[in-house]
Design a protein around this ligand. Structure first.
Ligand code: NAD
Ligand code: UDX
Length: 524
């Protein structure tokens, strides 16, 4: 057993909630408190209506949080009492948000470290004994230096704070399986005796379920930069394939075949090469910009420009897709109804941050189109909020945007259906045969709680072990679209713009649709 008995995670968001829950599940003798300033978020973590949707998460949370009669004592707690949680903890993970700055120096590029610094200051203020303090948030390289200064200047005299970097690599939609079976765990420390001892304590916490050979230790600066590097390299692959998708559309080549052929080369590999309307999510853009800003401030303009081009291509790809819609619809969208299928930034998540759908909808509103949105996990309130955050006035949103309970409603009277998220229910390809429908599309938007009573939960965690990891994604429950029915609902000519390449175009063309796909010239 390791030396850590009490863990505190500051920030009960997409990272702090799931990682704290898995640490608790896998270390039944360790007490884990996940704390946040947001009362509403913490209250939701205490119920079955968790504040975020992740397949399998509710099972993990319940197994560690609730008494289940198995004799296991609950060891996962959610609270707004940040002070007590810090005081009790041997180790504190900082999992707060680090969004891109919107004002001041570096606005639009640099990460806003205000939340991160305030969490660090709280640790300094409240700590009454030595602590290991872990950067789990994604931060610029050398943040550990700033933390050291803040903790040393504000902590009680005589206390020792060891700072570790332990970046998180989970992807949303697969958070639970990523946490249960990570490719690697990365732990960066100072190479002093005390730093190495702290790293070793954290290694032991993870070794409860991660094979030791998958737990890497290195110097703290490498660990900080490795996180930014990993996200930049992943985003760069998507921008590379998206740049190629434009060449494909212009030449008659098919980007799916390009990615397949290139990906068979083991040096290239096949993953993260799916051409799309553009990457979204809270991480890729922010972290590439973070890296760009670091390079700029370190007087490396060529390096900054290189990484910035990853974001430039992504913005261009989103605009390019919208222009294609405009051109195919005879250069006017005024008063035309456009169905948007999918608003989340990828499937199996309710998260809409930086979703490509936001800029596509924004451009459609500018053209005065009537936008009819359906996403199985995104509510009207969330769409409206997201559009307003991105500067679309509420009058325009309420005038031009409606959000619907299913794809059929969204497609009613539409000139075009635009697929922006790759939810399985939109896919009509044979290669991925539909699963039998278990129930009708949900009438209400919700989160995992609505499916939590089903017996097909994603992860069985009864004894704390992963016995079977099985996806209980929403699309198992939502049947695939009946495109014949959709065809009957739409205007003529009926266009489908597939921003995710989930459509077998020939099948839809046979039903009379005109199909336009990313990375492919139109079927003749
Ligand atoms: P989030 O916005 O979902 O959650 C952050 C939480 O921190 C919020 O609930 C907020 O109220 C809370 N918070 C902020 N300041 C606080 C303070 N001083 N005290 C207590 N609580 C505070 O963010 P997230 O998506 O979980 O991301 C957290 C960090 O992890 C970011 O740096 C992000 O880049 C990184 N990361 C995110 C992902 C992901 O998939 N979302 C993956 C890897 C890494
Ligand atoms: C990403 C990283 O994958 C993860 O390791 C890190 O910790 C956080 O950032 P996430 O943003 O949750 O995770 O999802 P990811 O699956 O990487 O997808 C990001 C975006 O890229 C999505 O919009 C997705 O649709 C898009 N994407 C992904 C593509 O367009 N093509 C691909 O081949 C893969």
């Amino acid at each position: 057993p390791g030396s850590i008995k009490n863990v505190c995670c500051i920030g009960a968001g997409f990272v702090g909630g799931p990682s704290g829950s898995v640490i608790a599940l896998k270390n039944p003798d360790v007490e884990v408190s996940v704390v946040d300033l947001s009362e509403a978020r913490i209250q939701a973590w205490k119920t079955d209506a968790l504040p975020i949707y992740e397949p399998g998460l509710l099972d993990v949370v319940k197994a560690a949080r609730d008494t289940d009669g198995s004799g296991r004592k609950p060891n996962l707690f959610f609270s707004t009492d940040v002070k007590s949680a810090i005081q009790k903890a041997d180790i504190v993970f900082i999992c707060v948000n680090t969004p891109t700055k919107t004002a001041g120096t570096g606005a639009g590029l640099a990460p806003n470290l205000a939340y991160f610094e305030s969490a660090t200051r709280m640790i300094a203020e409240y700590a009454e004994n030595d602590k290991i303090v872990v950067e789990k948030s994604t931060v610029p390289c050398r943040t550990a230096d700033s933390m050291r200064e803040i903790l040393a200047a504000n902590g009680k005299p005589g206390l020792n704070f060891d700072i570790l970097s332990n970046p998180e690599f989970l992807a949303e939609g697969t958070a639970v399986t990523d946490l249960l079976r990570p490719d690697r765990i990365l732990i960066g420390s100072m190479l002093t005796e005390s730093g190495l001892k702290a790293a070793s304590a954290l290694v032991d916490l993870y070794a409860a379920w991660v094979p030791r050979e998958n737990i890497l230790t290195m110097n703290v600066w490498s660990s900080e930069l490795a996180k930014l590097a990993a996200n930049a390299l992943l985003a760069q692959r998507i921008s590379s394939i998206n740049a190629l998708s434009a060449l494909c559309e212009a030449t008659g080549a098919d980007v799916g075949e390009i990615a397949f052929a290139a990906g068979l080369d083991k040096r290239i590999g096949s993953r993260m090469l799916q051409a799309s309307v553009g990457f979204g999510g809270s991480c890729f853009k922010k972290d590439v910009l973070n890296l760009t800003y670091m390079a700029e401030t370190l007087h490396l303009p060529e390096v900054a420009e290189y990484w910035h081009s990853v974001v430039t291509i992504n913005e261009w790809q989103k605009n390019r897709f919208t222009k294609r819609i405009l051109q195919r619809l005879h250069n006017t969208l005024s008063d035309k109804k456009i169905a948007i299928l999918g608003f989340a930034y990828k499937k199996n998540t309710s998260d809409t941050r930086e979703s490509a759908a936001i800029s596509v909808v924004q451009s459609l509103i500018a053209e005065r189109a009537k936008v009819q949105i359906y996403d199985p996990q995104v509510s009207q309130g969330q769409v409206w909020e997201e559009m307003q955050i991105h500067g679309v006035p509420i009058e325009d949103v309420s005038k031009y945007v409606t959000v619907h309970r299913n794809a059929y409603e969204a497609c009613a009277g539409a000139h075009a259906a635009v697929i922006l998220t790759e939810w399985d229910e939109f896919c009509n390809k044979d290669s991925n045969p539909p699963r039998p429908a278990k129930r009708e599309p949900k009438e209400t938007k919700g989160n995992e709680s609505s499916s939590s009573t089903d017996d097909d939960s994603a992860v069985e965690v009864g004894s704390g072990d992963l016995r079977r990891a099985r996806r209980a994604t929403l699309e198992e429950k939502n049947p695939r679209l009946d495109w014949t029915r959709i065809s009957g609902l739409m205007q003529r000519p009926a266009f489908v713009f597939d921003g995710r390449r989930v459509i077998d175009a020939q099948k839809l063309e046979k039903l009379g649709f005109h199909v336009e796909q990313i990375g492919k010239a139109r079927v003749a």
